[in-house]
Design a protein around this ligand. Structure first.
Ligand SMILES: Cc1cc2nc3c(=O)[nH]c(=O)nc-3n(C[C@H](O)[C@H](O)[C@H](O)COP(=O)(O)OP(=O)(O)OC[C@H]3O[C@@H](n4cnc5c(N)ncnc54)[C@H](O)[C@@H]3O)c2cc1C
Length: 391
């Protein structure tokens, strides 16, 4: 594979490591996992050994302490191999581990981060509910004080890794029913999944990402100790939103890996498929399609790297994360759709790789905030900037 000259030697090595793993361990299995909607459990130990579950955690918690850019470069390659594995890894690295690292007490960090970094404890993130998706702050799950601890009740929907995880970060109301405080009345709780009352419900039958696990989870009067509360009892929603800034970059990297895979398949196929006596790549209408696809993929990569470098310099923000997720996910959907066209009828068949990429790409426009929500975030920051300029 060609070297990416915008990366330094270390980043290049991590990229190569992830690419080799994706090519050797993920690609050969991804189609079968997808057909059987089977969780990719068999590769989890090897991923743990390679450090893929502690990429952003400091060495003192057994992590690799990588820059955001190196992590995203690796994640792109994993998604190139199988987007389902990428979301398992992205949720774990970007959401629960980062929330505990940023807002946890030293005791909480010591208890959870080393096993999470070593891949012994998989993490999940439970914010969405049946009635609250984009409007996540209207969630209804409740945590009621009980002596020193809490009693948690309610139900979460579509929890990635929810049945496989050892620990879930759960957002629940801590305000009183008569005094609802919206986003300021929500706590974040570190919930070990072996706590009595943690009940895994329906496993979703999905269009794409079929080897990732998406389940509903109920909390039946679950008793938690005081050590379960992360930070302050009314700041959980703020903690969750701030972790989504990194999470959205992860989804951007995942979308980019899917788009890159579709582009490569399309280039190869257009070079060998002949119609009217010549390779279809020699028809200008189709060649222009390939040019546009590769341009959008490169533009997504440029935006992702820029956002990652800003993050690494301590200057990342939600706008850049939202722009990256928005652009990369819409690129992935467009590029995978174009790839199907280039494959013609074969593109629509399960025997060829691009239909799976198209199915996998779609959800990147939806989770961790839909494209509409990303646009709302972006436009809001434009007016905030305008207001601060006129002060
Ligand atoms: C495979 C998968 C995995 C997931 N994993 C997780 C997970 O691990 N943890 C978790 O907490 N959640 C998870 N989710 C949930 C995901 O984050 C939500 O689906 C997403 O936030 C959208 O919420 P919703 O589905 O309720 O759609 P809704 O919020 O009901 O939106 C429906 C439509 O209305 C639009 N809309 C809503 N509000 C506005 C507005 N103000 N302006 C313009 N348009 C608007 C939306 O963009 C969308 O087009 C997952 C979802 C899927 C599909």
């Amino acid at each position: 594979m060609k070297r990416d000259y915008t990366l330094n030697e270390d980043q290049e090595q991590i990229r190569q490591l992830a690419r080799d793993f994706a090519a050797g361990e993920l690609r050969p299995r991804a189609v079968e996992w997808d057909r059987n909607a089977e969780f990719h459990r068999e590769v989890m130990p090897l991923m743990a050994e390679l450090g893929f579950f502690g990429m952003l955690l400091p060495e003192e918690y057994d992590g690799l302490n990588l820059w955001m850019l190196a992590y995203l470069v690796a994640l792109e390659q994993i998604a190139w191999g199988d987007a389902s594995v990428a979301i398992t890894m992205s949720v774990h690295n970007s959401l629960p581990t980062q929330m505990i690292l940023k807002y946890g007490s030293e005791e909480q960090k010591r208890r959870w981060l080393p096993p999470m970094a070593r891949g012994e404890a998989l993490g999940a993130f439970a914010l969405s509910e049946a009635g609250s998706g984009s409007d996540a702050a209207s969630l209804k799950a409740r945590a009621v004080r009980d002596g020193d601890g809490w009693v948690l009740s309610g139900e979460k929907l579509w929890v990635t890794n929810g049945g496989e995880a050892e620990v879930v970060l759960v957002m629940a109301r801590t305000d009183e029913p008569g005094e609802r405080r919206g986003p300021r009345g929500i706590g974040a709780f570190i919930v070990p999944t072996d706590t009595p009352g943690y009940v895994v419900g329906k496993k979703e039958e999905k269009t794409g990402l079929r080897s990732s696990e998406t389940v509903s989870v109920a909390f039946n009067e679950m008793r938690l100790g005081s050590e379960a509360l992360l930070g302050e009892p009314d700041k959980g929603f703020i903690y969750a939103l701030s972790s989504l800034e990194g999470g959205r970059l992860g989804v951007g990297a995942q979308a980019l890996g899917i788009a890159q895979a579709a582009l490569e398949h399309a280039i190869d196929y257009a070079g060998v498929r002949k119609q009217f006596g010549k390779p279809i790549k020699d028809f200008q209408g189709l060649a222009f399609k390939l040019a546009d696809m590769s341009t959008r993929v490169e533009a997504s990569r440029g935006l992702l790297y820029r956002a990652a470098r800003a993050w690494d310099a301590g200057r990342g923000d939600m706008r850049l994360s939202s722009m990256t997720k928005l652009y990369a996910s819409e690129t992935a959907v467009w590029v995978t759709s174009q790839a199907i066209n280039i494959f013609g009828g074969y593109g629509f068949m399960r025997d060829y790789p691009v239909e799976k990429l198209f199915r996998d790409a779609k959800v990147t426009e939806i989770y961790e905030g839909t494209s509409e929500i990303q646009r709302l975030v972006i436009v809001r920051t434009l007016y905030q900037e305008k207001a601060s300029e006129s002060l």
